[in-house]
Design a protein around this ligand. Structure first.
Ligand code: ADP
Length: 187
């Protein structure tokens, strides 16, 4: 049954998708579109963490996400610091969405979800699995591959690829294939 407010209007369901998004990848996009199939609105919430040394500033990450979702009013972008459950409560979200790529994500995510439940039992954590083709994808790997000259076109939205080029300059060309050694002249 949809929740209704006092005036009898259906309340829009809102989920928060928190993370670093440094930068946003197609794996994130996959989880967001799955979130949108269940919730009316998804707010991408970038954690402001001064101890991390991100490649993109918070403002740049917000801009990249806005650009990736231009014209989609069901996806919002915001930043937060402090406890995630406090942020979720403040914006009226009853659900936190997280992506689960592999078993390796599970233990940390499980701990976080239970801690968040202890901090605020009114907020549920929902895990979503990406398409298998994104199950190995992470922002860290995208940055490493790009820095080493590998293609990231199918791994990130086009605007992110462009901004990676701006940041690093054009990616270094892949090393040329090994040349056959010239035969020594016999004469
Ligand atoms: P964090 O530092 O919080 O892990 P990330 O930006 O790396 O921030 O990830 C944010 C969320 O997106 C996490 O729930 C993470 O598991 C999920 N996520 C990241 N990459 C993928 C992917 N390729 N497929 C599914 N979920 C992903």
């Amino acid at each position: 049954m949809p929740h209704r407010n006092r005036e009898g209007h259906r309340k829009r369901s809102l989920a928060v998708f928190p993370g670093s998004f440094d930068p946003i990848t197609n794996g994130h996009l996959d989880i967001i579109s799955r979130g949108l199939s269940v919730f009316d609105q998804v707010t991408i919430a970038i954690l402001v963490n001064p101890e991390k040394h991100p490649l993109f500033t918070v403002e740049e990450r917000v801009a990249l996400i806005r650009e990736s979702y231009r014209g989609n009013d069901r996806v919002k972008v915001d930043t937060f610091s402090g406890l995630l459950v406090d942020y979720a409560e403040r914006v009226g979200a009853a659900v936190i969405v997280r992506g689960l790529r592999a078993i390796s994500d599970f233990e940390y995510e499980f701990q976080m979800a239970l801690m968040n439940r202890r901090l605020n039992p009114r907020i549920e954590t929902v895990f979503m699995m990406p398409a298998e083709s994104y199950s190995y994808l992470s922002s860290r790997l995208v940055k490493e591959v790009f820095q080493l000259g590998g293609p990231v076109r199918d791994l990130v939205p086009p605007v992110v690829e462009r901004r990676l080029r701006d940041k690093y300059g054009a990616a270094p060309p892949s090393p040329p294939p090994p040349r056959r050694r010239a035969r020594a002249r016999r004469t």
